[in-house]
Design a protein around this ligand. Structure first.
Ligand SMILES: [Zn+2]
Length: 347
């Protein structure tokens, strides 16, 4: 029997929309259409959810942050910064996105499903405790992690963030805590500017933030090397009780906002590594939350492929195919070595 895999989808996300913005509702409506066309909805378990409570949001964000999002939404203020829009329905949509991420954690930790995918938007990983930014209103993955800590008493949660942008908000939320190990690969230097190798955590959190900043043009081979030679060692040493993934598919070669060369098959390989780590250390307990990915075809194919992989199936859905070879392949060995030295992974 195939592994039981859950997914969360709430049509209310469509009310948070700006048609000319890359982070628009077609990202998820097209993804759902793909899931239904492939019949994946018949084998997946749909996870029911309620909007996150204010207490759940306030476990990560300040009251000022929440008030800002609520007031801006209620007043239909438009843009909070040059990147981040709100509509009258955005506050509610953001509560539902956080709630869906929490529900996926509950479904996995209660044993209802082996793993789950929160198909949510607005995305979350740039939202810091103090402010919404970078298309993000509330930090879904951070809120889900905090829920796992507070509700289930977990003390070692690994967050793997493969979005092409650094998840500054998630890093900030747990920078001084060993309860969450935040691992990120991202294009660098790039938006939002953070994610240097030397950002490793503070106080009791030193060593529990692992950044692997990458040059442009990294493709499947470069990403595979980083995950094999850095993430695997980090995760085995940490022995997480739960793995959360900030799944951003904007490292795809076709993405309009970034400069990497990952293919759908490459994402599949990264998730395969993450999934094996979950099997090794936490009975496969894995929750994915959607972050970026702005070529809608690549996004929906990659999400479908991810869902197949979680179910233990090899199917790759890849309409666009692999990237063209770059003029010059980037050399990631120096950054891999530097990350291994910084985090004493060679000892
Ligand atoms: Zn991104």
């Amino acid at each position: 029997m195939a592994t039981r895999v859950g997914y969360f989808y709430d049509a209310a996300h469509v009310a948070h929309n700006s048609v000319s913005h890359p982070e628009n509702s077609t990202r998820l409506t097209e993804t759902l259409r793909t899931i239904e066309r492939l019949g994946l909805n018949r084998t997946l378990v749909q996870i029911a959810s309620t909007p996150a409570t204010l207490d759940q949001i306030l476990a990560v964000h300040t009251a000022q942050e929440v008030d800002l999002v609520r007031a801006a939404s209620a007043q239909n203020r438009g843009f909070l910064d040059p990147d981040t829009y709100v509509t009258p329905d955005s506050f509610e949509a953001a509560l539902r996105a956080a709630g869906g991420s929490i529900a996926c954690v509950d479904a996995v930790l209660s044993g209802q499903v082996a793993s789950a995918y929160a198909l949510v938007r607005p995305p979350g990983h740039h939202a810091t405790p103090q402010r919404p930014m970078g298309f993000c209103l509330f930090n879904n993955v951070a809120i889900a992690a905090r829920h796992a800590i507070q509700r289930y008493g977990l003390r070692r949660i690994l967050i793997v963030d493969f979005d092409v942008h650094h998840g500054n908000g998630t890093q900030d939320a747990f920078y001084d805590s060993p309860d969450v190990l935040y691992f990120s690969t991202h294009e660098y230097p790039f938006y939002p500017g953070s994610g240097d190798l030397r950002e490793v955590g503070s106080g009791p959190g030193v060593g529990y933030t692992v950044n692997v900043p990458l040059p442009p043009d990294c493709g499947d081979d470069e990403y595979r090397a980083v995950y094999r030679d850095v993430l695997v060692l980090v995760a085995r040493r940490y022995a997480p009780e739960l793995i959360l993934v900030s799944a951003g598919y904007d490292p795809h070669w076709s993405d309009p906002l970034a400069n990497m060369r990952v293919s759908v098959g490459g994402f599949r390989d990264l998730l395969s590594v993450i999934s094996l780590l979950a099997a090794e250390s936490c009975q496969g307990r894995l929750v994915m939350t959607l972050e970026g990915g702005y070529n809608v075809q690549a996004l929906s194919d990659a999400i479908a492929t991810s869902l197949y992989l979680l179910q233990g199936e090899d199917t790759v859905v890849d309409t666009l195919g692999p990237a063209a070879a770059p003029a010059r392949r980037p050399d990631v060995q120096p950054i891999i070595e530097a990350a291994r030295r910084t985090h004493r992974l060679n000892d």
